[in-house]
Ligand binder design. Sequence first.
Ligand code: FRU
Length: 494
Amino acid sequence: MAEWSREERYRCIEDVDKKYLEILKQQVKASRFRQTFHIQPETGLLNDPNGLIYHNGKYYISHQWFPLGAVHGLKYWFNYTSDDLVTFEPQDTLIKPDTYYDSHGVYSGSAFEHNGDLYYMYTGNHRDEQWNRYASQMIAKVQNNGAITKFDAPVIPSQPEGYTSHFRDPKVFELNNEYYAIIGAQTNEELGCCLIYKTNDKQLNQWSYCGEIDTKLKNFGYMWECPDYFKLDSKDILLFSPQGIKPQGDQFRNIYQSGYLIGDLNFDSLSFDHSEFVELDNGFDFYAPQTFLDENGNRVLIGWMGLPEINYPTDEEGWAHCLTIPRVLSIENDQLRQRPFKGLERLRKNKETALGYANKFNRKLHPYEGKQYELIIDVIENDASKIYFELRTSKQNNTKIIYNTGDQKITLDRSESGLLPENVQDLTRSTVLDSPLTRLQIFVDTSSIEIFCNDGERVLTSRIFPNENATGIETSTETGQVYLKFTKYELKDE
Ligand code: FRU
């Protein structure tokens, strides 16, 4: 793809010729990789989910957006609303880079409710002429007519002493009737961490610095992006996206990670007694997740199905990325479980089921075709050494899920999935399940796959870019046989 100059990346959408945008829209619309039940940008690049909230009977889901092409440039927030978290109404740009403080990007942030009103706290990204970065945390209020009013000045003008200007992505939460903000940061020694601020000023203008969360991770990457904090079943969970972690066996193989710590966080001393960092997703494309409460009080997580610094096959078409489906979190055996949001069942159409044995001869179990579907595979009896599930198959393509019975390792093999993102290490991602494989629940969209293993024990999320005729579903084993039940639904947003 042609290089974008800095000038081109930092152009405002308002200054761009309408014709250019119209042509871009048409070009993107024609892409054969457009998703059908995921949030994706109409043009340009989507990254982090922002400002997730259920407020006054509606869901508000925004995301980082550079409208003009598939590169990281001047960021806006683009907003969707939803009644059910299943279908989403695109609205418009929500927060724009139109002040001195956010002149170089309205960066990530969160939503919160105060006195019945909806507010956002986000990072204003400013660069000076020498391209030095200045980060401040800003608040915007949503008026009754939906318009946004920004506070005149940042509520947190800069990072505290001892930290660099990599200081961003505030997540606001309420604790003991006070608002706190957790912010991703970097120490002067270039170590990633999270900082805590607190307000008890009802105007939300003054936020005081409480300190850095004292975790047991003393040297864990150079920057922690997009932190989130919440309580689940009386446990404290700190979720963040660290950068600069080296691969370790099957872990941490993507360019950047996202995961969580679970334990007890003392808000007076900020000391956090926690278990080890666990990755939230074991696929190729997952980053910067955020959580919020749904209308029933469930903790729901949505991530960016993409990563920075990777070239994706749709870049050439002028768009990139999508958000993941929502997942509901729970704690079981001191670990987070992630199950697909139940409301997604509303998209199910044309149920098909099949029951049968698969062995080392490639078997097509009916129902054996599809491009956008949910497939539930129950493993009823398994005497096979390895089970292969192949989805989106054609003569040229297949996306393989391999289960190795001996060590309970599950592998996603993207080597023959079709067009491949560039600058990605390896063609497989693997993780060892805690228990033998009994169920896979797989969501396939035109260019993505989200695999939930054993009722939310592990998730592997990836983009795939197969040929249009790659619709087959096949199963086989290495040796031995397996008795399976397939339940497949087409997924349609109608
Ligand atoms: C994470 C991130 C955030 C930042 C935003 C900018 O992907 O780098 O830290 O706020 O993206 O788009």
